[in-house]
Each structure stands twice: as structure tokens, then as C-alpha cells.
Design a protein around this ligand. Structure first.
Ligand code: UT7
Length: 335
């Protein structure tokens, strides 16, 4: 392996479905209020897909934008990595669906199942493939469509107000110029003792038969979360992952130009900033417009910040995520 080689993002794009759902819209469907949602989460509106649209459709739209941004012909892509917790189908994953929808050749398609940390886990895998020379143009797409399976009852309203649909994609290529630009490092963590603190309990392979009317009646096919445990762990784990990465790189918090935390809840992003003692203007936050788009939240925020000119060449960008599993991590990119 060439030690100088870095994995660089040469194209980026995002897509959210056109339908905007405001907190006031939710007031008509759920026992909630705009005040509660704004105060507890910072969310004002989110985008929800129409029936008939699948996660792979959102992923494909974002991928097309990233491909156009990279200025490559899509036939040059030699590998796909797709991250989602909400695939179109129980199996297969969305990677192959994106491959077919883009009309790509018979290239490999890897699906990553690390929930809100999916983009960082996927980036870490892509980085290895690129630095070892295995692939030269990877499409990494993270997409999420959660609006079709939310529980609007009081039991599920904590999550129903949180989630939005969307997708973000990047094209990754080797940079052999020695200019230092690209992915510096990725750091991944998990603790499976917390599996049932944030999960969709059913369908489960443990049940035979898997699909039963009583599970539907008990609401077991909806995502469930112990919000306070998740909140606390998110506020602790994301700063820890960033500090771990900084130490590994011999850098300090002051070296970070922008921090992009997974947009889980705006209060969590503020706590992460406080935990790291990083000024709020260096923290990219867009949850007010999109809600929590799980694996897609980081690439959507990154894409927006690149397009609006906040992120400039040479800047140090830190990414951090936390989510179901629990899984969490950080990644550092010299833009
Ligand atoms: O992205 C993956 C990781 N996910 C996260 O990081 C999310 C982490 N957790 C959170 O963001 C927060 O826990 C929530 C936003 C989900 C909930 O906020 P909270 O401040 O932890 O509220 P809570 O669950 O402790 O509930 C407080 C009260 C309860 O009522 P009582 O028992 O005090 O009477 C809930 O029933 O708020 C009630 N409540 C709601 N009220 C209005 C819960 N959801 C709602 C709602 N509207 N949507």
C-alpha cells in the first residue's frame, strides 16, 4: 500500500423528497405540539416521501447528484457502498437496487447496517478499499426512509416527530498527489449490550413464524427507543470518539474547522459542542429543516456545507455519529 495515498471526496450530493411536513402538520396527526418538538429537538420541519417511493429511489437521486458533482461518467464507478437502516425490502439491501437503477455494470455492492453511524462505518470501509488500490471510484450512498413506519400513537410519538427522509452520496477516489487532502482516519466503536435501547424488535428470525398478527397488534414492528438512555450515551460517546481520533492524529479540538455531528437532536449537537469545548459556529446543524435522517444526516449536512461554501479546501472536518446498536464513531477529513 502506498502510505501517501489518501481517499478523497471528489463529488457530493444530497436529495430529500419534495413533501415538507411541518410540526404544525404533525399536530394534526399526533398528540404533540410545535412547541414541544422545537424545544426538545430543534426540529421545525422534515421531508417525507410519498407512497411508492423507496429508500433506493432517494439513494439513486443523491447518487446522481454526487456523480454530476464529481464530473465523472457513471460507468467509471467500480464499487458501491450503501448505508441504511430502512431498506426497501427486508432483503436484499439497497446497494444492488442503486446499481440497477443507475444502470451500472456488474460491480460489487456492499450494504452497511450500522444505523445512524452508517455513513462513518461505510466511509471507513471505502477508505480501506481506496488506499489498498482495490477500487478507484467508489459510490458511497446513505439513504433513509422512515416515515412509512412510524407509530403515531402516544407510545411512538417521541420517534414519530424525530425522523425525516433523505439521502446523501459521495464519490471517493485515490489522491496520490501527497498534498495531504482526504480522509485522515476513521474510528469505529460499538456496544451491543444496548441493542434493545433503540431498535425495531420485529420482524425477528427468532420467531417461527416470523410475522404474526399479534406482533402487529402489539406495535412490535415500529422502531422503539429509550430516549433518555440514547440521549445520554449520544452526548458522551460522540465527544469521546472525536477526542480519540484527535489524539490518534496528534491534533487538538482547536485544529477542527467544522464539526458535523449526526443530526440526532439539536440539543445533543449542542451538548457535543459543549463537551468538546468547540464554539457553536464551528458545528454544522441542519436538523431544523430535515429532522433526524439517521445514516443520511451527515452526508446531507456535509453536502449542504460544501455547496454553500462554508467548507473550503484545506479545512479539517470532523464527523461523528452515534446510533442504534449502540454504534458510534468519528472520521477526520482534510478537505
Ligand atoms: O438518531 C439515533 C439516536 N437517537 C437519538 O439520539 C435520540 C435521543 N433522544 C432524544 O432525542 C429525546 O429523548 C427525545 C426527543 C426522543 C425525547 O425527549 P425527552 O426530553 O427525552 O422526552 P421524554 O421521552 O423524557 O418525554 C418527556 C415527556 C413525556 O411525558 P411525561 O411522562 O413527562 O408526562 C412524554 O410522554 O414528553 C412526552 N412526549 C411528548 N410530548 C409531546 C414524548 N414525545 C412527545 C411528543 N410530543 N412528540
Amino acid at each position: 500500500m502506498d502510505n501517501k495515498r489518501r481517499t478523497v471526496i471528489t463529488g457530493i450530493g444530497h436529495y430529500v423528497p419534495p413533501r415538507v411536513v411541518t410540526n404544525f402538520d404533525l399536530e394534526k396527526m399526533i398528540n404533540t405540539s410545535d412547541d414541544w418538538i422545537r424545544e426538545r429537538t430543534g426540529i421545525v420541519e422534515r421531508h417525507w416521501a410519498e407512497p411508492g417511493v423507496g429508500t433506493s429511489d432517494l439513494a439513486t437521486e443523491a447518487a446522481l447528484r454526487a456523480i454530476a458533482d464529481a464530473g465523472i461518467d457513471r460507468s467509471e464507478i467500480d464499487f458501491i457502498i450503501a448505508a441504511t437502516l430502512s431498506p426497501d425490502h427486508y432483503f436484499p439491501g439497497i446497494g444492488v437496487m442503486v446499481q440497477a437503477k443507475l444502470g451500472l455494470g456488474e460491480i460489487g455492492a456492499l450494504d452497511v447496517r450500522d444505523q445512524c453511524s452508517g455513513f462513518i462505518y461505510a466511509l471507513s470501509a471505502a477508505d480501506q478499499y481506496i488506499r489498498t488500490g482495490t477500487y478507484k471510484k467508489i459510490l458511497l450512498v446513505a439513504a433513509e426512509l422512515q416515515s412509512s413506519n412510524l407509530d403515531f400513537s402516544d407510545e411512538g410519538r417521541d420517534m414519530a416527530v424525530l425522523f425525516g427522509d433523505g439521502a446523501g452520496a459521495v464519490i471517493l477516489e485515490p489522491n496520490d498527489s501527497g498534498d495531504g487532502r482526504g480522509v485522515l482516519s476513521c474510528h469505529l466503536f460499538s456496544d451491543g449490550r444496548f441493542v434493545n435501547e433503540l431498535w425495531m424488535e420485529k420482524p425477528s428470525s427468532k420467531d417461527n413464524p416470523t410475522f404474526r398478527t399479534e406482533f402487529f397488534e402489539q406495535g412490535k414492528f415500529y422502531p422503539r427507543m429509550n430516549g433518555r438512555t440514547v440521549f445520554k450515551n449520544a452526548c458522551d460517546r460522540m465527544p469521546q470518539a472525536v477526542l480519540f481520533g484527535l489524539k490518534h492524529l496528534g491534533l487538538t479540538v482547536g485544529d477542527i474547522d467544522y464539526l458535523i455531528p449526526h443530526q440526532a437532536n439539536d440539543r445533543i449537537s449542542q451538548m457535543v459542542a459543549r463537551g468538546l469545548k468547540i464554539p457553536e459556529e464551528k458545528v454544522i446543524r441542519n436538523i431544523s429543516k430535515y429532522g433526524n435522517t439517521t445514516a443520511a444526516s451527515i452526508p446531507i449536512a456535509l453536502s449542504e456545507a460544501v455547496k454553500d461554501g462554508r467548507i473550503k479546501p484545506g479545512m479539517l472536518i470532523a464527523l461523528t455519529a452515534f446510533g442504534a446498536g449502540f454504534t458510534w464513531g468519528s472520521a477526520f477529513i482534510r478537505w
